[in-house]
Design a protein around this ligand. Structure first.
Ligand SMILES: Nc1ncnc2c1ncn2[C@@H]1O[C@H](COP(=O)(O)OP(=O)(O)OP(=O)(O)O)[C@@H](O)[C@H]1O
Length: 338
């Protein structure tokens, strides 16, 4: 288990992590999300004792990282800025790490196989591609067979096959009862990998809830309907309280309904004898939910608005705006559930 309690870290007058509290439990993959500069890497560094918090506490299985006897056997970490001796082979790099913690050669071979680096294991790390470097970092994290994994952008640089591999690996590690905290900017990937999310903006907690709940609360459900009698269906649905938008130019048979569930649309159509060619409910994406919930805590947006809504300048509005799905006591002051 990972616990952050009122974690606060300042760099000069910049508050990178601001009174952040959360718990990451074993048995599921927890995604750690936030816009650029939100404080994800800083939080991970605080959890790993690589930086000291100005206030608050970070514990792994109830202990500070620095108090762990054999840290690699408890926590495996992949951080963005890694120092690897580029002249060394992957095998030697892992062997050196293993020797510092009394881990045997057999485990080095095991993790090399596990991450798919068997063939290039004796090559210089300096000649590795970004994806191979990422696999090496993951191998190092897994070396001590740790019960806690803290992975900062593990998907970075991986090709589609590599992305599926890391997804499956993280889910397997969680299913084995390990605690897995993973940061990523790839929303589609997080949507299928992480069961739970911790979302931060400007160093503060925005949401701590299941991925499903996060999407559900912040995006509108829509129903796409196709009918040769779309005009009449529009009237019927609108009269029953549904909001209808036309499908757009050249799609006269298409409407999009909000404020009404798909079964109700189907029942109304049946009652009126209106033929349907399609009735598709859809929920919003994690990406749109994320944009919606974090838009006021984005530090680096384009002037035209890479995200919907106003983008305050850095230093402005330290408190993210009203957020459905925020945790109790979060920056918004709104009610929410965990
Ligand atoms: N060593 C440092 N010195 C000064 N400022 C720092 C330092 N490390 C981080 N910061 C600042 O703290 C804030 C949080 O940075 P951090 O790297 O933790 O964010 P992040 O969420 O990991 O961002 P990204 O998604 O871009 O990697 C940023 O404004 C960053 O510039």
């Amino acid at each position: 288990m990972i616990e952050a309690e009122n974690l606060t870290k300042r760099y000069g007058d910049k508050t990178a992590v601001d009174d952040l509290s959360f718990t990451v439990v074993p048995g599921r993959v927890t995604g750690f999300l936030g816009p650029n500069g939100a404080g994800k890497s800083t939080t991970m560094r605080l959890l790993l004792g690589l930086d000291r918090p100005d206030r608050g506490d970070a514990r792994i299985h109830g202990r500070h990282y620095r108090d762990l006897d054999a840290p690699l056997r408890v926590v495996g970490a992949l951080l963005e800025a890694r120092s690897v001796h580029t002249g060394r082979s992957a095998y030697n790099h892992l062997l050196c790490l293993a020797q510092t913690q009394g881990i045997g050669k057999r485990r080095v071979d095991e993790v090399i196989d596990l991450v798919g680096l068997t063939a290039p294991a004796r090559k210089r790390v300096g000649a590795f591609s970004l994806g191979m470097g990422q696999r090496l970092g993951i191998a190092a994290a897994l070396l001590g067979d740790p019960s806690v994994l803290i992975l900062d952008e593990p998907v970075n640089g991986l090709d589609p096959e590599g992305i599926v591999w890391i997804r499956t690996l993280m889910q397997r590690l969680a299913a084995e009862g390990r605690t897995v905290l993973v940061s990523s900017h790839l929303m589609n990937e997080m949507a299928v990998t992480a069961e739970h999310l911790i979302v931060i903006g400007r160093g503060r907690l925005i949401a701590d809830c299941s991925t499903e709940e996060f999407i559900e609360r912040s995006t509108e459900k829509t129903v796409t309907v196709r009918s040769p009698d779309a005009a009449r269906l529009t009237d019927v649905v609108a009269a029953a309280g549904g909001k209808v938008a036309p499908g757009g130019e050249g799609a006269d048979d298409l409407i999009t309904v909000t404020n009404m569930e798909a079964p109700r649309v189907g029942e109304l159509a049946a009652a009126e004898g209106i033929v349907l060619h399609e009735l598709t409910p859809s929920r919003g994406s994690l990406e749109s939910a994320f944009m919606e919930l974090t838009r006021e805590s984005v530090e680096y947006g384009t002037a035209a608005g890479a995200v919907p809504g106003p983008v305050p300048a850095a230093g402005d509005a330290p408190v993210p705006g009203p957020v459905p799905g925020a945790v109790p006591g979060a920056a918004t002051g709104q009610e929410g559930e965990t």
